[in-house]
Design a protein. Structure first.
Lengths: 372, 278
């Protein structure tokens, strides 16, 4: 096992697209790090540069103590799991899993032992003689994982390995991969656009946008202390509510409502409130927002209330992809997560107390978080 | 009721068209099982077939030699065309390089020029080589293999390019991460995955070379003559051995039919690849 390090790495494609721009990131030995970001953020390119499938235009990439920029993929001692699984169609499951070992000229008996052991661990022992086309999506996924673990490489690289699975299987495999990492302890770099995967699987999560690293931290820290507007909007589901407001001495105003939040900043701010940072109350008071219900969604364990926002909201991160066209543009999106006992009718008013300690303020021009 | 009648009518029409298309082959087989006398009188007796023509055809004409020549030349030419096309098709499908578009257009462009236009230059080239160099191509297996390879390589490139383009890049990338060089990934992973394409391309080139008469008639004299030349020899100035001609027709069609039916699935896929994946 080994650490992986990006030092000022950039990638510019022939057509001039700058896919990765000055990436600095270190993945410690044995760490499970997630690269997350929307489409085109450069996360897959970064991963492919570690694999040697893309050449870095600048900077250096190291695996362990070795700079690998000029090392061929086959000599990097890494294993990769692809989104499409990339199983060799003309080989059986056992041949697929043993292919890398065969190339390393490992003895037949040893290959057989290691393949059987990996297959046993993954629960695909009875599939070894089958061809990939005779396997289900979940089974193919396991074979792809098996092909990676059978080699005991320095690091695993995973490129959106769960995105071709259905929702139920994805949840199952998510836990499975996390468990596998706990058992093997192999350094893993995992790319996904799904922030739920990012939050649940990784020791650390690196959020990327437009080729740049926005923030890297533990999932908890990213959720609790986003460094900028993009990370705030990208991490968390449903996404953080981001509203245009103004900071005064007596607090932050959102339209005609006021939140008692102290800040040295004056003037326009963007106020970030997580759907979970509010609780329904019966009386008005300081820090209580009165909002009109547009729609309520019953999730079983709780209810998502879609409300008319007190001021125009800001779209950022994955919210741009999922913005609801049916809501009015200027008071678009405000979501609160409340207990299932509360099911207000559309059009009625609800009172929600906002936890001031869990409100985030951002500078509208720099989009950076404002310290309080 | 009407729809049913229409369907029945269409079925009948399909069978009729099929019968018309198969009739030359049926006639070929039927005629090969008669004597010359029966054929000249038009008195076919299908209930009492004779295989005399099949046994005598080998003595009348040295048909074995023609068959062997055809097998050698067509197999070698189809193999070479497929091998060259695999390399070129892979390069066109996977790499961006200066002149790639021009090469692609050129490959298709060669198909717009009638092949017979090349006959005279090739013939003169062969004669020139024979007169001025020790390179002997006229009336040799090598000469015909080169000509047919050159003829079928462009189409084969077109086929193979689309077969390779349909193979996910992830496969060779996975192989490279697993320990292959790019060439190793091509040989160990991409080529086996493109096996249907390779077979289709090989059979396509083989079938066309098997039928070719114009070039083999002009560029060979004795040593490298193939079946299309051999079959003509059953009809001479002074005699016509029609039954044996038909028997030779059956014998020369058999390998083609076997090759076609054995690889039909891949052949159709190969021929339609360009149409659906364009």
């Amino acid at each position: 096992m080994a650490s992986i390090a990006f030092e000022d790495v950039s990638k510019v494609f022939d057509d001039g697209t700058r896919a990765v721009d000055g990436l600095d990131l270190e993945i410690a030995d044995g760490e499970f790090t997630i690269l997350v970001g929307p489409s085109g953020s450069g996360k897959s390119t970064a991963l492919r540069m570690v694999a040697g499938l893309e050449e870095a235009s600048g900077g250096s990439i190291s695996i362990g103590s070795r700079v690998v920029n000029d090392v061929a993929p086959k000599d990097r001692d890494i294993a990769m799991v692809f989104q499409s699984y990339a199983l060799y169609p003309h080989m059986s499951v056992a041949e697929n899993m043993g292919f890398a070992l065969k190339l390393q000229k490992v003895g037949k008996a040893e290959i057989q032992t290691r393949v059987k052991s990996a297959a046993g661990r993954l629960g695909i022992g009875e599939l070894l003689e089958r061809r990939p086309k005779a396997l289900s999506g979940g089974q193919r996924q396991r074979v792809a994982l098996g092909r990676a673990i059978v080699r005991s490489p320095e690091a695993f690289l995973m490129d959106e390995p769960l995105s071709n699975l259905d929702a139920k299987l994805r949840v199952e495999m998510r836990a499975y991969i996390a468990k596998l990492h706990q058992e093997l302890g192999t350094t893993t770099l995992y790319v996904t656009h799904d922030q739920t995967e990012a939050m649940t699987m990784g020791d650390r999560v690196a959020v990327m946008r437009d080729g740049k690293l926005e923030q890297v931290d533990t999932p908890e820290a990213l959720y609790e202390r986003p460094a900028n507007l993009f990370v705030a909007g990208f991490i968390g589901s449903p996404a953080m509510n981001l509203l245009r407001g103004s900071a005064f001495e007596d607090g932050v105003r959102l339209g005609d409502q006021r939140l008692p939040i102290r800040t040295s900043h004056r003037g326009d701010v963007i106020v970030g409130i997580r759907p979970e940072a509010m609780e329904p109350v019966s009386e008005s008071g300081p820090g209580v927002l009165e909002l009109r219900v547009v729609l309520s969604e019953m999730l079983g364990s709780d209810v998502l209330l879609h409300l008319e926002a007190p001021t125009s909201s800001v779209l950022t991160g994955d919210m741009l992809d999922t913005a609801d066209d049916e809501l009015p543009d200027d008071t678009t999106r405000f979501v609160a997560r409340v207990p299932p006992s509360l099911r207000p009718d559309p059009g009625s008013l609800v009172r929600l107390r906002v936890d001031p300690d869990r409100v985030h303020l951002f500078d509208p021009s720099s989009e950076r978080v404002i310290g309080r | 009721m009407n729809a049913r009648l229409v369907n029945r009518g269409l079925d009948a029409l399909t069978w009729l068209v099929l019968l018309v298309m198969l009739s030359p082959i049926l006639w070929l087989v039927a005629a090969s099982l008669q004597t010359d006398g029966q054929l000249s009188r038009g008195a076919y007796n299908l209930l009492e077939p004779t295989f005399t023509a099949f046994s005598r055809m080998w003595q009348t004409v040295d048909f074995e030699r023609y068959l062997l020549n055809s097998l050698i030349i067509c197999t070698a030419a189809a193999l070479c065309a497929t091998a060259f096309a695999s390399c070129a098709g892979y390069a066109l499908a996977r790499f961006k390089f200066r002149g790639a578009t021009g090469l692609s257009l050129g490959v298709v462009g060669t198909q717009l020029i009638p092949g017979s236009l090349f006959l005279l230059p090739v013939f003169m080239g062969f004669v020139w080589l024979k007169q001025n160099t020790p390179v002997a191509l006229f009336d040799t297996h090598l000469g015909m293999i080169l000509v047919y390879t050159a003829f079928f390589t462009p189409v084969a490139i077109y086929f193979m390019r689309y077969f390779f383009a349909a193979i996910p890049r992830d496969l060779e990338e996975a192989a490279m991460v697993d320990g292959c060089t790019r060439f190793g990934a091509f040989v160990k992973i991409v080529l086996p995955a493109a096996a249907p394409g390779l077979v289709a391309t090989f059979v396509y080139a083989f079938l066309f070379a098997w039928d070719e008469l114009l070039f083999v008639a002009a560029l060979t004299q004795e040593n490298a003559e193939t079946i299309p030349i051999g079959i003509r020899n059953f009809i001479g100035n002074y005699q016509e051995r029609t039954a044996q001609l038909m028997a030779a027709g059956v014998v020369s069609t058999l390998p083609v039919l076997i090759a076609f039916f054995a690889t039909q699935r891949w052949l159709v896929k190969g021929i339609t690849a360009g149409a659906v994946k364009g």
